[in-house]
Design a protein around this ligand. Structure first.
Ligand code: OAD
Length: 254
């Protein structure tokens, strides 16, 4: 959180008040929210795989150049995520959704942990790690096998080569996801930006779009990011510790 205990408290209580007053919330999450579930981030100290940077593997060029290598990376990521479970940050967002009239969660993550925590209104900007898309006939299949028996996996329908059903650098985010995100920003009072380094477009610009539309933007991250100074509040710390402090849990009556 902030530099001093007082700053931490001030930012937290301001954010809490703003959230309590709001009826329509949009969230943008990144790899940081899953870090406390043991899922490696991309740009942290544990962000490398066999000395490859994600930007050099998550591209159509890398895939067509060496599908086996790219698939090995995705198979490794599937293993890393297989036993991961949502952490208190994911659960807090699922609970917050229940308390708001309108709530949209846009995630860059492909691990499915928000849905596992109970979030319902989730837009996956970068696809899903458990889906395989045939490069020949386009069939998308859910596949939870870890490890996959054959790399690259082949299409169960036409035998074509499968690829992860994710969005790579140089590819377009599905238009309906962008449309729904922009609409949710327009209709929101508050935007929460959680655990993202804010360097990959178009997600990186969504906070600026919200600011330009006059919305309040609250960022939660371990450190400041390139756009922090433009946001209303930045709370420094772990999302799994901060998010549960930002709302009042519903009382459960038995
Ligand atoms: P990054 O790995 O770039 O950034 C993770 C962010 O989370 C950093 O700013 C960390 O400071 C922060 N962080 C780490 N642990 C945290 C915690 N416990 N609580 C709060 N914050 C924490 O991940 P993304 O921003 O999601 O795209 O990366 C964006 C995209 O780049 C990914 O979706 C992926 C990647 O290459 C593609 O593969 C297309």
């Amino acid at each position: 959180m902030g530099d001093t205990g007082d700053t931490e408290e001030k930012e937290l209580s301001e954010a809490r008040e703003i959230l309590e007053r709001s009826s329509s919330v949009i969230v943008l999450s990144g790899a940081g929210i899953s870090a406390e579930s043991g899922v490696p981030t991309f740009r942290g100290t544990d962000g490398l795989w066999r000395n490859f940077r994600s930007e050099n593997l998550a591209t159509p060029e890398a895939f067509w150049d060496n599908p086996g290598l790219v698939w090995e990376w995705y198979d490794w990521r599937r293993r890393a995520i297989k036993d991961a479970r949502p952490n208190p940050g994911h659960f807090a967002l699922a609970e917050l959704e229940n308390q708001k009239r309108k709530f949209t969660l846009v995630t860059q993550n492909i691990d499915g942990l928000h849905q596992m925590a109970g979030s319902r209104s989730v837009l996956e900007m970068h696809g899903n790690l458990w889906e395989i898309k045939c490069t020949k006939c386009g069939l998308v299949t859910k596949d939870y096998r870890v490890p996959l028996e054959e790399l690259p996996p082949l299409c169960p329908s036409c035998g074509g080569m499968g690829r992860p059903n994710v969005v790579w650098f140089g590819e377009l985010i599905p238009m309906d996801v962008i449309d729904k995100t922009l609409k949710a920003i327009e209709e929101s009072d508050v935007m929460l930006i959680i655990g993202t380094s804010g360097v990959v477009e178009p997600a990186a610009s969504m906070g600026l779009v919200a600011k330009q539309a006059g919305k309040t933007v609250i960022e939660i991250n371990l450190e400041h990011t390139p756009n922090s100074s433009l946001f209303d509040i930045t709370i420094l710390g772990k999302s799994g510790e901060i998010l549960p402090l930002l709302y009042t849990p519903s009382v459960a009556y038995s």
